[in-house]
Ligand binder design. Sequence first.
Ligand SMILES: C[S@@+](CC[C@H](N)C(=O)[O-])C[C@H]1O[C@@H](n2cnc3c(N)ncnc32)[C@H](O)[C@@H]1O
Length: 208
Amino acid sequence: MVRAVDFWDKRAESYAKSPVGDEAAYKEKLETTQRYFNAESQVMEFGCGTGTTAIHHAPFVQKIVATDISSNMIRIARNKAEAANITNIEFQCSTLEDFEATNASFDVVMAHNILHLLEDPEQAIRISYRLLKPGGVFVTSTGCLGDSFSHWRVLLIIMKILRKAPYVNVMKRVTLENYFRNAGFEVDLEWNRKKQAAFIILKKPAEK
Ligand SMILES: C[S@@+](CC[C@H](N)C(=O)[O-])C[C@H]1O[C@@H](n2cnc3c(N)ncnc32)[C@H](O)[C@@H]1O
């Protein structure tokens, strides 16, 4: 299996050029997420890739800290933000485990197309919960390959053997939902659409 950092560093340029799969669904996800923002919102994103989502959201919040394991992704993201005159995103090259932040310091944490790439997504969900303020939300779009057709899974195994794919977690949606529940999250909004990644917004309960 190829190391995640090597895989994504190598693909950063082509990833930056690849179009969004489903424009309408992506736009709807952006707009849905923006309903949770206000001008004071402190946002954190991990696995931000080339920063497309953070750049879309930046005008609606006070600050976004966007992180990724790949320095090539982060370099492209910084260039894209600069070209768009966006100055309230701080890009950091980091894993979530190494990310240094005070507990309960963010209003929103985002993880798009990343949880299924982690060997321990449950740990990432627990860290996200810790980073959120009470009442804060975790927004994720996650491919649940455990629920999809088996030929994709066979293809993945072959690609892993050929060192063409990084680690991919073949997770069922029910497992993902258990991780959220175990961490203490409550579901605020979720899509149940065929052939779509699981788009779910979870709330950290407010302190009583
Ligand atoms: C499929 S891309 C998604 C990028 C972006 N979130 C999006 O939706 O377009 C996955 C991203 O996660 C990053 N990544 C992979 N493993 C990671 C890890 N352990 N910690 C942080 N980022 C990671 C990769 O470098 C890549 O940019």
